[in-house]
Design a protein around this ligand. Structure first.
Ligand code: URA
Length: 234
């Protein structure tokens, strides 16, 4: 059971005080009856709550694709830098949304955020090799032999070599797309270091079936049901 004003605010209808105004204006019904008090208790899984005739469905789990800009940290809070959470409004943060994995401070691109712990666990588990594709700009031309080296697995100084990765050197030769199936610390940068190249720009383009597309930097959007289903099927 929960208060109807909290329920509606959690559903993203507005802030608690906005929701209270809707209640005062008799715009909220529960099972067809107008609600008169914000403290009215509802059963969130069975009661039907309507706003101006539209049913407001409680979403326990929410999934967002975020285009992380450079200069913010993938953390819930930080004393020095802006965090990815600073791009999200209070009503989304309140739902317990957190980033799935992390991108470096200077890395841009696709970041998934959710409050679905099971999906997070699934995607981060080393047993599930979710491919992640990065676009990188390097300080010099990427040697052709890097393609085979990365495909075979590369010693980047960890206990084990990296899993096979796919490298596509782009025509300008100082840029490449690299698809890896792990998420080790600074993995892309460390892999390029083994072929004498320093990454000067890094952007994640995709994660499994999810693609960044033309989502502008600093913005987020909800995943579609289909996108969530596909992620779970990895
Ligand atoms: N690899 C890196 O080196 N940095 C990232 O942010 C992601 C992958």
């Amino acid at each position: 059971m929960m208060r109807v004003d909290k329920y509606l605010a959690d559903c993203g209808l507005g802030t608690r005080s906005e929701v209270k105004k809707y209640i005062k204006a008799k715009q909220i019904t529960v099972n067809g009856t107008i609600v008169l008090k914000p403290e009215f208790k509802i059963e969130e899984n069975t009661d039907v709550v309507n706003f101006k005739g539209q049913t407001i469905v409680y979403e326990k789990y929410v999934y967002y694709l975020f285009h992380k800009p450079a200069g913010c940290v993938t953390a819930m809070q930080d004393n020095l830098h802006k965090t990815v959470m600073d791009f999200f409004p209070e009503e989304i943060k309140k739902k317990g949304v957190a980033p799935v994995g992390r991108l470096d401070l200077d890395t841009e691109g696709l970041l998934l955020l959710t409050n679905d712990g099971a999906l997070t666990h699934h995607l981060l588990s080393p047993a599930h090799h979710i491919p992640k594709t990065y676009y990188a700009i390097l300080d010099k031309e990427v040697p052709q032999e890097a393609v085979g080296k990365f495909k075979r697995g590369t010693d980047i100084g960890d206990d084990k070599p990296t899993l096979p990765a796919e490298l596509v050197i782009l025509p300008e030769k100082t840029a490449a797309e690299l698809t890896i199936c792990e998420g080790r610390f600074h993995q892309v940068k460390r892999m390029f270091e083994t072929v004498g190249c320093a990454v000067t720009y890094l952007k994640r383009l995709s994660m499994g079936s999810l693609v960044l597309g033309d989502l502008p930097s600093g913005e987020y959007r909800k995943l579609t049901e289909e996108e969530v289903k596909l992620l779970l099927s990895y």
